[in-house]
Design a protein around this ligand. Structure first.
Ligand code: UDP
Length: 476
């Protein structure tokens, strides 16, 4: 590696939603800004799809990938530990592996970037005298809430979900209790303490925070993070809006892909894509209602389907895309026969970016994971926001109430079953109603603003250059 080149090492925690944005950040820094990049990916039992995505994003020689096997944490976990707790513990225990990987590098990095769950690795940067940044694949509102949380922790009494008034974060749109990220739902749970600590670490241990977002998605929160005096006194470090970083269409995967072949035969913007990210699962009852709702709407659809779990949640987080490929026997009787002309069922996993960018797609029923949201916006596809876990309720509110590119059911899908009549109505409204038309126009404008932000001299491009200048200055 060229000795004068800025070399960054980026740590990724397990899970597609974490690994994909880290790889995209690495790719962007290497290809658009000429940095040397090493990805330190802590991987769990890598699934077939995870390996494929890893290969497609790293085979260009721009990135050096070091896989760090995930440590065995079984004796550190309680039976009911949430995904956030599991990830936080896993990434803490992965530190020796990360440390050895860095010390074994022939050309040591100048900068260490940690992701959402690897903030406890920031002190490793001090050991090696590296600059240290945090990369959050999250919107600005989430970043403001996370970094301000230790103040709310002192000010707010009782559970956040029970508050009569929304939570006030200086300069930002207030956050309703029902929208808080999962770790904030129960203040007595271990994952809440982990989450408070994460927010504190970002401002006290790092030199700055990179966010996978762009200005027009949430200008108020971004401005508050930069300029609001009260919030600044808590955030302390510079923040950089450098997104949206999304995967491109994979041309190699288009040919011979059965879903794409089917989409090729459908009219323009006529198909609803239904998918709940890499780990989202629905209850048996909700799957039945969704199936009936789709059928009643008589709209065309492609539905990526996973077996049901007890309740809607993140049931497949560590196993994304793996499992039995058998045809779903949990759908209503006769559903497949009755909908075979209009609909396509895809078990477990589909090439989401390729599908969303197909001209026949006219809507996306999504769990509102940030990558999915960005991919939909970049494809100019309006959404039905169906949040399940993590910070997805916050994203859903941003999409439906602020930027107005999504419809949203009247109940929270993770708490109550959304009935077939409401699904039917929402789907029709999105696909053929006046409201859908307005959302489609809006999302296409937002797509333009995202492209603009990433283009030379756009806000995200400039912000990335500022971050790199800062690194170079400190290297001198
Ligand atoms: N994904 C995909 N095919 C699927 C499900 C998910 O390609 O069938 C990809 C999707 O395009 C996105 C990522 O997996 O890039 C999921 O990330 P997101 O933040 O949307 O949700 P998470 O899985 O983290 O909840």
């Amino acid at each position: 590696m060229d000795q004068d080149k800025v070399h960054v090492a980026i740590i990724s925690s397990p899970g597609m939603g974490h690994l994909v944005p880290v790889l995209l950040l690495g790719h962007r820094l290497a290809t658009h800004h000429g940095l040397g990049v090493t990805i330190l990916a802590v991987t769990t039992q890598t699934s077939r799809v995870e390996s494929q995505i890893l290969a497609s994003l790293t085979n260009s020689n721009h990135l050096n990938l070091i896989k760090i096997p995930s440590p065995d944490i079984s004796n550190l976990l309680g039976p009911d530990d949430a995904v956030v707790t599991q990830l936080a513990i896993m990434m803490r225990e992965a530190r020796p592996g990360i440390r050895s990987a860095i010390s074994a590098m022939n050309h040591p990095p100048h900068v260490l970037i940690v992701d959402l769950f690897s903030g406890d690795s920031l002190p490793i940067a001090d050991e090696f005298k590296l600059q240290k940044y945090v990369f959050l694949p999250c919107n600005a509102r989430f970043v403001a809430l996370t970094m301000y949380l230790h103040v709310l922790d002192k000010e707010v009494k009782g559970q956040y979900v029970d508050q009569k008034e929304p939570l006030k974060i200086p300069g930002c749109v207030p956050v309703w209790g029902q929208d808080v990220p999962d770790p904030m739902l129960d203040r007595d749970n271990q994952q809440y303490l982990e989450y408070v600590r994460m927010g504190i670490n970002f401002s006290t241990l790092s030199d700055g925070v990179l966010m996978n977002t762009w200005r027009d998605l949430d200008p108020a929160s971004l401005d508050a993070l930069r300029y609001n005096e009260i919030l600044r006194s808590v955030v302390k470090v510079p923040v950089y809006d450098i997104g949206p970083l999304t995967r491109e269409v994979n041309e190699a995967d288009l040919e011979g892909n059965e879903v794409i072949k089917w989409l090729n035969k459908q009219p323009l913007e006529s198909v609803l894509f239904v998918s709940f990210g890499s780990g989202g699962t629905l209850s048996a009852e909700q799957i039945i209602e969704l199936a009936h709702g789709l059928e009643m709407s008589q709209q065309r659809f492609v539905w990526v389907i996973r077996p049901p779990v007890g309740s809607a949640k993140d049931g497949a987080f560590f196993t994304s895309g793996s499992g039995p490929d058998k045809p779903p026997d949990f759908l209503p009787e006769g559903f497949l026969d009755r909908t075979q002309k209009n609909g396509l069922i895809v078990p477990l996993w589909a090439s989401q970016v390729n599908i969303l960018n197909h001209q026949s797609i006219g809507g996306f029923l999504t769990h509102c994971g940030l990558n999915s949201v960005h991919e939909s916006i970049k494809a100019g596809v309006p959404m039905i926001a169906w949040p399940l876990y993590s910070e997805q309720r916050l994203n859903a509110t941003l999409l439906s109430e602020d930027v107005k590119v999504a419809l949203r059911p009247s109940v929270l899908p993770a708490e109550k079953v959304v009935g077939r009549e409401e699904i039917d109505k929402m789907v029709r409204s999105l696909m053929e109603g006046e409201e859908g038309k307005m959302l489609r126009e809006k999302v296409k404008l937002l797509r333009e603003s995202a492209n603009q932000a990433l283009s030379m001299n756009g806000s995200s491009y400039k912000s990335t250059c500022e971050f790199i200048s800062c690194c170079k200055m400190k290297m001198k």
